[in-house]
Write a protein that binds this ligand. Structure first.
Ligand code: SF4
Length: 304
C-alpha cells in the first residue's frame, strides 16, 4: 500500500474508509484533467497548471457543475425521496449556493433577455436530470460516496489526486466507479479523455484498496447513453506506468519551461489561443514551477 493515501467525500449508506478529511500540506500531484491537458498539449497544461490563467466558463460547463451538485444532494436524501421531482426542486437552491460561492458565474447571464435565458438554461439542466433518471433509478442504489476525493502515492513517488463523481460498492466488495458526463462536446472527442480519466481513478482505487474496480461506468446525460468498461490488473499496471511517464515528462518540462504547443482540432476549445505561438501569439514569461501544487482540478474540470 502506498504512503499518504486518502479518500474524502460525501459518504452515504456505507461510509467505511471514505470520510477522513486530510489536513496535510498539498504537494504537486497529477490529476486526470491536468494529465489529459499535458497529453493533448503541453502548452495548454502550462497555461492552466503553471500560469494558472483564468478561463471564463461556458454556460454549459456551469450547468454541468450544477447538475453534478444536484445529483450529489439527491443521494444524500433517503432512498424513497430520490425522485425526478425532488431532483428538479434541488436545481434552483443549489444554483443559488453555487452562485454565492462563485459570483462571476451569475455574470454569464447579463443580457436584457437574461430571465428568459436563465429559464432556458434551467430547462436544459432539467433535461439532463430527466436523462439521468432514464438511465438509473437512484432509489435502488446506495452509493458509498459522491464527489469522493481520492489521493494515493505510487511506489515511484508520483502522487495521484482526483475526485470521483460516485463510488458504488456491492456487499460482496465489488467496486463500481460512476462518472456523469454533461458536456455538449461530441462523444468521439470526449470518449478517449473520459476513459483515460476512469482508468486514472481505477488505478488510484486499486492502489488505495487493493481491489481492481469491477466496472467503470460513464453516464452521458446529454444523449442518454451509458458506457461500461471492466478493467483488468495487467491493464491498470500498464496504465500506471503511463501516468508515471506523463508525470516525469511534466517535471522535465517544468524545470526548463519548455512546454510546446501541440495544435489539434481540440484547439477550438482552448481559451488561450491568443497566447499560443501556433496561432501567432506569445505566451507570458515562464513563471517557474509552482509550489505547492500544479495539479489542482476545479469544480468545472470535474463536471465536463
Ligand atoms: S491553441 Fe491549441 S496548441 Fe495552442 S495552447 Fe491551446 S491547445 Fe495548445
Amino acid at each position: 500500500m502506498a504512503n499518504g493515501s486518502t479518500t474524502t467525500g460525501t459518504p452515504h449508506a456505507d461510509p467505511t474508509g471514505a470520510a477522513a478529511p486530510t489536513t496535510e500540506v498539498r504537494r504537486p500531484a497529477l490529476s486526470p484533467s491536468r494529465a489529459s491537458d499535458f497529453k493533448q498539449c503541453p502548452l495548454l497544461y502550462r497555461f492552466r497548471a503553471v500560469d494558472r490563467l483564468p478561463e471564463t466558463p461556458t454556460k454549459a460547463q456551469v450547468r454541468g457543475t450544477l447538475v453534478h451538485s444536484v445529483l450529489e444532494r439527491l443521494f444524500a436524501l433517503p432512498r424513497a425521496e430520490r425522485t425526478v421531482e425532488a431532483a428538479r426542486e434541488l436545481l434552483r437552491p443549489t444554483w443559488s449556493e453555487l452562485a454565492e460561492e462563485s459570483p462571476e458565474w451569475r455574470e454569464l447571464f447579463t443580457d436584457p433577455e437574461s430571465a428568459d435565458e436563465l429559464a432556458e438554461w434551467f430547462g436544459a439542466a432539467e433535461k439532463l436530470l430527466d436523462s439521468y433518471f432514464a438511465l438509473e433509478d437512484p432509489r435502488t442504489l446506495d452509493p458509498e460516496a459522491c464527489e469522493l476525493h481520492v489521493e494515493t502515492e505510487l511506489s515511484s513517488g508520483v502522487l495521484l489526486r482526483g475526485y470521483i463523481d460516485r463510488l458504488d460498492v456491492a456487499p460482496t466488495g465489488e467496486i463500481r466507479v460512476v462518472d456523469y458526463k454533461t458536456g455538449a462536446a461530441p462523444r468521439e472527442i470526449g470518449e478517449a479523455k473520459a476513459m483515460f480519466q476512469m482508468k486514472f481513478y481505477a488505478v488510484v482505487l486499486w492502489r488505495l484498496r487493493g481491489v481492481v474496480p469491477r466496472q467503470l461506468k460513464l453516464l452521458y446525460l446529454s444523449d442518454g447513453q451509458a458506457l461500461a468498461y471492466t478493467p483488468d490488473e495487467a491493464e491498470l499496471a500498464r496504465f500506471e506506468r503511463t501516468l508515471e511517464a506523463i508525470w516525469q515528462a511534466i517535471l522535465r518540462a517544468g524545470k526548463t519551461g519548455d512546454f510546446r504547443p501541440n495544435p489539434s482540432k481540440l484547439c477550438g476549445w482552448c481559451s488561450h489561443k491568443e497566447l499560443c505561438p501556433s496561432f501567432g501569439g506569445t505566451p507570458p514569461e515562464y513563471p517557474g514551477w509552482p509550489e505547492p501544487d500544479a495539479g489542482e482540478e476545479s469544480a468545472l474540470d470535474r463536471a465536463d
